[in-house]
Design a protein around this ligand. Structure first.
Ligand code: SAM
Length: 174
């Protein structure tokens, strides 16, 4: 899936997908969603009410012990259909370019995505969750508990974004 470059975008000389990997990953399952094209997917799972299923491979099911006590989970998944070579990008909603590490774009050297999801139900190796934003069949990398005291920073901001938390604060104030 190669998109045409937008003005100002910069691609790496060597696609990370073509390099010898520094580490290996194992997919522990996959995510079942209603979406088969990127345009149907919500841009952020927190804006979606759709229920989705997280299917763990059976060997990993014992790792779900005590997960039923969690209200929210962090899912890490692998954006398998994303190109990996764009290091400077213009998001669809913004003509200005930004470095990939200032973006939540799926297009990145290691296409790892995360979502904080509501845990709705557990049935054996299958979780029902609300709050993901990936294509049907997206490979699952990890599941972690969401700890509100550690993981929530209400005062945090992304200064370049139109929906920034503190429009009056300049990024140089940080
Ligand atoms: C903006 S990303 C955010 C991902 C994640 N919530 C994060 O913050 O890391 C979500 C978008 O990635 C795209 N996407 C979803 N699943 C994908 C996949 N398996 N491969 C490539 N792109 C995908 C869709 O366009 C979706 O709207």
């Amino acid at each position: 899936m190669t998109d045409l470059p937008r003005p100002g975008e910069i691609a790496l000389d060597q696609d990370p997908a073509a390099q010898r990997p520094d580490a290996g990953l194992v997919f522990i399952g996959h995510i079942e969603t209603p979406w088969t094209s990127r345009h149907e997917c919500p841009r952020s799972g927190r804006r979606s009410d759709d229920l989705c299923k997280v299917h763990l491979k059976p060997d990993y099911a014992p790792g779900l012990a005590s997960v039923d006590s969690c209200t929210h989970l962090i899912l890490l998944y692998w954006m398998d259909k994303a190109r990996r070579d764009l290091i400077v990008q213009a998001p669809a909603f913004d003509s200005v370019t930004h470095g990939v590490f200032a973006l939540r774009s799926p297009v990145r050297p290691n296409p790892i995505a995360l979502s904080v999801v509501d845990l709705v139900a557990i049935d054996g190796p299958t979780l029902t969750v609300r709050g993901v934003d990936c294509l049907n069949g997206t490979p699952l990398l990890d599941i972690k508990p969401y700890f509100p005291r550690n993981d929530s920073i209400p005062d945090a901001d992304v200064g370049w974004h139109p929906n920034r938390t503190h429009p009056d604060r300049r990024s140089t104030d940080l």
